[in-house]
Design a protein around this ligand. Sequence first.
Ligand SMILES: Cc1cc2nc3c(=O)[nH]c(=O)nc-3n(C[C@H](O)[C@H](O)[C@H](O)COP(=O)(O)OP(=O)(O)OC[C@H]3O[C@@H](n4cnc5c(N)ncnc54)[C@H](O)[C@@H]3O)c2cc1C
Length: 408
Amino acid sequence: MGAGLSGLAAATILAKAGREVHVHDIRDDSGARFDGDFQALENWSMGVDFFDQLKDWGFDISQFKATEFKVVDLIHPDDEITQAKSSKVAYRIVERGTSSHTIDQGIKRQALSAGVKIHYKSRVKEEDCQIIACGPKGTSAVAYGEIFHTDHPNHIGFQLNDKLAPGAYSYLIIIDGIGLICTCLWRKQKKSDRFLNETIAWYDNHYPGLNRKPIKRVGGKGDFTINSNYKQDGRYYVGESGGLQDFMWGFGMRMAIWSGVLAAKDILGECDYEVEVRKQLMPYVKTSVANRWLMNRVGDGMFKRMCRSWMKNQDKRGDGLIWIGNLFKPTLLKRLLYRIVSPFMLVKDPKAMGRGVRRMPFRKALKRDVWQQSNQAEEISKQWNEVRRSGGKTSFNDDSESKPLSEN
Ligand SMILES: Cc1cc2nc3c(=O)[nH]c(=O)nc-3n(C[C@H](O)[C@H](O)[C@H](O)COP(=O)(O)OP(=O)(O)OC[C@H]3O[C@@H](n4cnc5c(N)ncnc54)[C@H](O)[C@@H]3O)c2cc1C
């Protein structure tokens, strides 16, 4: 159920092993949940390079476009811009969507050539499926972005700023003449467009060579849950359907594919999914819960201290990946913190078919989130409205079981 990253990863491995595999998806294509947004495949949380893992699992990484980066502009909350660097690949930017170079289509091609049968626009019941890979269900956080033409060279910026991206971060990604400015909201907001407009205004001011020509606006939600069981009544819950996500910042693609692979291996009798998820993935998920709890308690003052500490560590160790890697890596302290804070942070989902799902709720806005857009942000809003009137689309997909197919 679900022809996204986790579902297709599982399907490909099963079909390659000679199983008959049918995948049902409510949308009309893989990647249709996204609309050309750029996403980062992080490469810092574990010792092993993610592309080596993909190759080991039998995936052909040349089937989709991935742009490697070893440097990122780290934008501090007081607008200072420094650079985090590494001699290793820090992350790879891939595109999500239905164009042929997207990761979704790249994995889909491999699934089809392995013999998987994909049924699009097909709604099936959870009880009738063996692998549940539907992506997010509830909402714990959202992200909004604008995609634009630009003549700026390839570039990445990562900004910690609690006003523009409450509780989270914003980013700028430019690949081959296409840019994305995105803001992530880890607190639920009224008039959420103002966060994107103000963030775009910020980047326009600090990256004067952008020459931004808006194309479309995109966005989506993230669902962060801890489950008592990842396998229940013969069904495997993978990717975001199993809450296998990074609670701190939402880097979910790696865990989505990884969990799909583990589910397939269990079906082939090569491992026990429940055991392997707990061993290989949950230590990272739990660390991210502890990190998220900490992030929920701080603002720009602590973000600034984090940026300073990151840069100090990079000067000392000669590699910007060490600090960020340590932030994501499980430690005894984070494990203890997880145990203490998770009962207060997560809310039971009564609709989870007895799997004991506890979700991180979308937090309420704080007083400091109430502010008026600047004049420049108002202008950006007007600019977007004009683009919209001449055909620019906004795609923000909200999967919900009660929605008819035509709305998805
Ligand atoms: C705006 C945004 C930016 C992000 N940026 C990053 C990033 O930079 N790095 C990163 O690692 N992660 C990022 N993520 C998270 C990442 O996209 C997800 O964690 C990942 O796609 C989850 O994979 P999945 O297989 O669980 O779901 P998906 O890949 O989303 O696939 C789910 C599939 O299930 C289908 N489906 C839904 N409901 C049903 C149903 N009832 N029946 C059948 N099919 C159904 C959908 O149509 C879809 O095809 C981002 C998410 C968003 C929203």
